[in-house]
Ligand binder design. Structure first.
Ligand code: ADP
Ligand code: MG
Length: 698
């Protein structure tokens, strides 16, 4: 096999493979399960499992695993081999329908926010037949959802699938009310663009901060950063190009539609964009992409950093979640069309998104909140922490005209009514580029740009799908019960614009004026994770998720606890790592350096009593002074952690304490340490420095 078309999907138990390998009747029954969510009976499952196993063994697999996404954010797998002993002391390779459909990982160490304690001790994994099985590292991986025995979701996939069902239900109601009976399913689609850094593995291994926390906790700015913008879209270095080629080929084998790759703004930063696909598959594929990036980088003597802010002073990494809604008849509901009907439908779905984003700003913001992403959002490189929508001038003018009941784009002097008159042909490419908006309409889809590079895309899409489902539910209620459809539709669109236009902002999101303006408009500005998380458990949000059967209240409370706990633990590890580095490497190294200077000074004076020793004297005094300060800062950071041990506080208070007290003590220590680094002998610094890390891959 050598051509890309042959390699593509070769490690996937895809539709084509199923059609070829399954008996016709089994294939049909499985299709019914996949397409209509019908129950799969045991006999069918056995046949499928057996065919899967034979196929996997032919491809060199020896093990199988239920592949799932617990709330730790990474993917989990426990490998079982296919071997089953026979009576005569040999083994045969077996895989049953039961093993395919359901697994029982010993899940007690995955975070559950107390869910398993409250309900059942163990969780189970259940096959998601809408996402194909695949082979990775000699293991047949079966994409699964992970639940407790009480049915509570313990993973990121279950609620994502539920949110897709919610938006499907409500969108179908709206389409039907608009007279479209032909559409049978509506699915959201996502194309996530993934940013990452590549650095030398050898250097990575020498930095405890990178090893323990994924980001540098110390490090003075190098003489050159990203100011020349000479990296963005620049020529890809051969070592990086080899990595990318290898990555693409592995991703293609797994059926991941890796498409575009280029250098990003910061030195050593790159991006990979796939072609979009159905949301749950996009989520699985993005997890696989992140995993493979890390594994393949190692093969090339590199390390792939997925942290949102590995280096201070240069851009961090995000993930752009391109999102749209499409029908089984192949139509993109966010694509402005050529006919009055298509335009009306487009405007209605556009309004559903505008309303959803305005009403659930808090949830969208918190869906991307994490300790790592706090370093990006609101800094002048990533979208601000304030949620707003960019629509572009053209579309905004159209909405303005509708709001005011004015004519748009046509010379006739009558009130324009949706669905009655053609909307003077939307230009297809209605939007210009605005890099500063967190949520931008880009012609036929929305690009949610606040996600961190390390995030699972599930969180953001659960909120998006559910919030838009809620807008559509309210629209459907109106449209289903009206006698005058045309007016009702028109009023719905007009009223939505009136009520929610505050969320539309086409200007520069990095501008300080915007912060003031947004506040006037009553938009939320939630700067950090502990600021966002309490919104998760607000009555209105619990109601939303319960109404659409995406989360139960219990599940929300559990997740809330996990997110808070995760935040505090991340900061705790970082603080401990800093203390470790300061106490064991940095302070001793700086102290050694002063000794070296003192020795030089004495030697010089001995040799030539009148020698000019200003450099040595001033350096010794400066470094001693700075070391004194750094040592105080180290002790201060220790203090903040010790205080915490004796504090009696809940998870939210604890997270807030980390965010305010611990985090600022960490920053002060870093400032003190970095200042010494900038006047210390390069050879005396115990780690590869920023210059080495950022420009070390050639
Ligand atoms: P660019 O951002 O460079 O203009 P595109 O707009 O073509 O590139 O696509 C950016 C990302 O958006 C790609 O991952 C692409 O697959 C994805 N995308 C395009 N159309 C859709 C859609 N209808 N739904 C979801 N994602 C989409
Ligand atoms: Mg883009």
């Amino acid at each position: 096999m050598n051509t890309i078309t042959e390699v593509f999907g070769s490690n996937v138990f895809s539709d084509a493979v199923m059609r070829e390998r399954l008996p016709k009747e089994t294939y049909k029954q499985l299709q019914r399960t996949i397409k209509d969510g019908r129950h799969l009976d045991n006999a069918v499952a056995n046949v499928v499992a057996n065919a899967m196993k034979d196929w996997a063994i032919e491809k060199g697999a020896t093990h199988f695993t239920h592949w799932f996404q617990p709330m730790t954010g990474i993917t989990a797998e426990k490998h079982d081999s296919f071997i089953t002993p026979t009576d005569d002391g040999r083994v045969i390779m077996e895989f049953s329908g039961k093993e395919l459909i359901r697994g029982e990982p010993d899940a007690s160490s995955f975070p559950s926010g107390g869910l398993r304690a409250t309900f059942e001790a163990r969780g189970y994994t259940a096959w998601d037949p809408t996402s194909y099985a695949f082979i990775k590292e000699r293991t047949l991986c079966i994409p699964t959802a992970f639940c407790s025995y009480g049915g509570e979701a313990l993973d990121k996939k279950t609620p994502l699938l539920r949110s897709m069902e919610a938006i499907n239900r409500q969108a179908l109601r709206v389409l039907k009310a608009m007279g479209d009976e032909s559409v049978k399913t509506v699915k959201t689609t996502v194309g996530p663009e993934q940013e990452y850094f590549l650095i030398s593995r050898e250097m990575f291994d020498k930095r405890p901060d990178l090893v323990y926390s994924g980001r540098t906790l110390f490090g003075a700015k190098p003489p050159k950063g990203q100011e020349l913008s000479d990296h963005y879209f620049g020529t890809i270095k051969s070592k990086v190009a080899e990595f990318m080629a290898d990555l693409n080929s592995e991703l293609w084998k797994l059926g991941v539609l890796a498409k575009t790759e280029h250098n990003e703004v910061a030195p050593a930063q790159h991006e990979l964009a796939p072609i979009f696909t159905t949301t749950n598959i996009a989520a699985d594929h993005n997890q696989l992409t992140m995993e493979l990036m890390q594994r393949i980088a190692k093969r090339h003597g590199l390390v792939c950093l997925l942290h949102e802010k590995p280096f201070a002073g240069v851009n961090g990494s995000g993930k752009h979640n391109n999102w749209s809604i499409s029908t089984n008849t192949g139509e993109n509901l966010l694509d402005p069309g050529d006919t009055p009907y298509e335009n009306a439908r487009f405007l209605l779905f556009l309004c559903a998104v505008i309303k959803a984003v305005d009403e659930y700003q808090d949830l969208l913001r918190l869906s991307v909140a994490s300790a790592g992403n706090d370093h990006r959002l609101g800094a002048n490189e990533a979208p601000p922490a304030i949620i707003s929508i960019f629509l572009g001038t053209e579309l905004t003018e159209i909405l303005d005209a509708i709001e005011k009941g004015e004519q748009y784009g046509s010379k006739e002097k009558e009130i324009w009514k949706v669905g009655v008159h053609t909307l003077a042909r939307f230009p297809k490419d209605v939007t210009d580029r605005n890099r500063t908006s967190p949520f931008a309409f880009t012609g036929n889809k929305f690009e949610f740009r606040m996600l961190g590079s390390n995030d699972s895309i599930s969180g953001a899409n659960i909120v998006l799908n559910t919030a838009v489902a809620e807008s559509l539910r309210q629209f459907a209620d109106v449209l289903e019960s009206t006698d005058d459809f045309s007016s009702a539709l028109h009023d719905l669109i007009q009223n939505t614009i009136k009520e929610h236009k505050r969320i539309i902002f086409n200007g520069n999101g990095y501008d300080d004026m915007w912060v003031t303006e947004a506040e006037k408009r009553g938009l939320l500005n939630l700067k950090t994770t502990p600021d966002c998380l309490p919104y998760f458990i607000k009555e209105k949000n619990i109601k939303l998720f319960e109404l659409h059967k995406v989360f139960t209240k219990t599940e929300i409370l559990a997740r809330y606890e996990i997110l808070l706990d995760n935040y505090s633990k991340t900061l705790h590890i970082e603080a401990m790592t800093m203390l470790d580095m300061a106490n064991k490497d940095l302070l001793p190294a700086y102290s050694d350096y002063t000794k070296q200077l003192s020795d030089a000074l004495i030697a010089k004076k001995n040799a030539v009593p009148s020698a000019d020793c200003t450099f040595e004297e001033e350096r010794i005094s400066k470094i001693s002074e700075l070391c004194g300060r750094m040592y105080q800062k180290t002790k201060a950071l220790e203090e903040t952690l010790i205080k915490l041990v004796h504090m009696d506080c809940d998870e939210l208070e604890k997270a807030k304490y980390y965010q305010t007290k611990v985090f600022s003590a960490m920053n002060e220590l870093r400032i003190a340490a970095d200042e010494i680094e900038s006047i210390t002998d390069r050879k005396a610094y115990p780690y590869p420095n920023y210059g080495d890390l950022l420009f070390g891959v050639r």
